[in-house]
Design a protein around this ligand. Structure first.
Ligand code: NDP
Length: 278
């Protein structure tokens, strides 16, 4: 048969770790497939997707800045992608239809399962810092996983209120200056802001207000040890990182592209750590 082709679309896409992850799994599983980076022009993502309909590409992961536009490019959208307001996965049917999904929530829960074994989302409130697409997806994933309350803390309160409004009754909005209040009694605190990203400035979050048993998670993985995670470690909190989330979102993506579960025993984390250290 023909080689199965999938890829990741982003701008910039050059530093994406997704090709490393998927190609390592393809090689280990002996699948005749390839995963390539695509860099569509910033203003023509939808025509780019339309041009791939019914063609040789089986599907795409979608990264910044196209995750919201990916919803508009699709013919149908999964409930979890609709709830997140963003898609990180587009799958093409042989007939040319485009299906949008969002596997970031799966990735987030995978990261907790791997790096904070025994963590129970049902055990108490979860704090999510940020109100962008990543925060929205995380809030939806924790509500689905049975969190009794999801506290959305954001610098711009109105955006936190909007996210809480779409996620439902379990979500409660807080302004950033009430973050300490939000952290009281929390079982997890998740940084879903872009603060911490190299060159993006630091997030002013009073982690010392979180209980000693809380888990701190940062979606940012460049650098892997963000100032937020360093502070959490200094406070003795368990930590979960964004690289494990990236690997976790790739698992259902790989299944959608190549029709089988990836060989997760392959140490793609080591491959990514090597790339991040360069
Ligand atoms: P958005 O740009 O949509 O949202 C950014 C959020 O960060 C906003 O809530 C914004 O607040 C807040 N913010 C930015 N800078 C600061 C600051 N200095 N202090 C306080 N708040 C700040 O981004 P996304 O939701 O798409 O993504 C968020 C992050 O998550 C990105 O870094 C992304 O790379 C990462 N990510 C990682 C994934 C993984 O697999 N590890 C998957 C998905 C995302 P305000 O509303 O006030 O502007």
């Amino acid at each position: 048969g023909a080689t199965t082709v999938a890829g990741v679309a982003g701008a910039p896409v050059r530093h994406s770790l997704s090709p490393l992850i998927h190609n390592a799994w393809l090689a280990a599983a002996g699948i005749d497939g390839v995963y390539v980076p695509f860099s569509p022009p910033a203003d023509s993502f939808i025509p780019f997707v339309d041009g791939l309909r019914g063609g040789a590409v089986r599907g795409l992961n979608v990264t910044l800045p196209f995750k919201e536009e990916a919803l508009m490019a699709a013919d149908d959208v999964s409930p979890r992608a609709r709830l997140a307001g963003a898609a990180n996965l587009l799958v093409f049917s042989p007939e040319g239809a485009v299906h949008a999904d969002n596997t970031d929530g799966v990735g987030l829960l995978h990261a907790f399962a791997v790096q904070a074994p025994g963590f129970d989302p049902k055990a108490g409130p979860v704090v999510i810092l940020g109100a962008g697409g990543a925060a929205r997806g995380a809030a939806a994933a924790f509500v689905d996983a049975g969190s009794p309350q999801v506290r959305i803390v954001n610098r711009t309160l109105m955006r936190a209120e909007q996210v809480a409004g779409t996620v439902g009754e379990a979500a409660v909005p807080y302004p950033l200056d009430k973050a300490a209040e939000a952290m009281a009694g929390a079982v997890a605190v998740i940084n879903a802001t872009s603060a911490g990203l190299s060159g993006q400035g630091e997030l002013d979050a009073p982690l010392e207000a979180a209980p000693a048993g809380a888990v701190a998670m940062d979606m940012v993985y460049k650098p892997l040890r963000t100032p937020f995670l360093a502070r959490a470690e200094a406070l003795g909190l368990r930590t979960v990182d964004g690289l494990e989330m990236l690997i976790g979102q790739a698992i259902p993506s790989f299944e959608a592209f190549f029709g089988r579960r990836p060989p997760v025993e392959t140490d793609v984390r080591a491959i990514c750590l090597e790339a991040l250290s360069q």
